[in-house]
Design a protein around this ligand. Sequence first.
Ligand code: CTP
Ligand code: MG
Length: 233
Amino acid sequence: MNIAIILAAGSGVRFSTGTPKQFITLGGKPLFCHSVEAFEKHPDIDKILIVTLERYIQKTQTICEKHSYDKVIDVIAGGATRQASSYEAMQYLQYVIGQNDIVLIHDAARPLLPQSVISEHLALAQKYPGVITTIPCTDTVCESNDGALLSKNLERRVLYQAQTPQSFRFGDLWQAHQEARNNHHTVTDDAQLLVEKHLPVAMAKGDVHLLKVTTQEDLTLIRQWLKEMGKRS
Ligand code: CTP
Ligand code: MG
């Protein structure tokens, strides 16, 4: 079984509007609906679990009913960090799915998710315990220790930008999450938990359009891309 988890429990501090960015209207519907629909449409995805802010659970359920999403099994409350939200999803799913089932964790804030990315994930997840989505870095990335003076430039050839989805065998990820929690260990994404346990994480090919809405400028770009995609199809 393949289960998509949509992480939509952030408050969008860097986006800075009253409404969390995942509920802002994009192309006539709330932004998170685009990710949900990408998984609804994919023939090999069986179920979808949405993780959101406690005060948005009711609203999210109503939106899902209105759009007649039939793979959405539940809408649950997330935690204070992305890691905690992902943990909540795992905790819920331990009674619902098996150790060898595949979970695909996706940021609700990345609305333009191509079907081909989901397909590549499902293929790689048969062979590897983890799969991440990446695109090669095009800019040179540099490091500064004090925020004022350059320390060094990093070797671009080996650098990638991480996107989502990130996919895992449920058993491996749930165990890694529990260990991290017991050790008060914090990470920025789920793939890091597996890498630290020396489990191989494969890289699926991402897409420039799979940009995460972080600032207002990102949303302006995504609106424009969506319009162009609409004209082409
Ligand atoms: N997320 C989550 N639970 C959290 C924090 C983030 O489910 N406690 C989700 C967000 O809703 C988003 C994704 O993780 O879809 C990526 O996080 P990010 O872009 O950092 O979103 P926010 O945390 O909402 O934004 P900011 O960091 O600017 O506050
Ligand atoms: Mg955040």
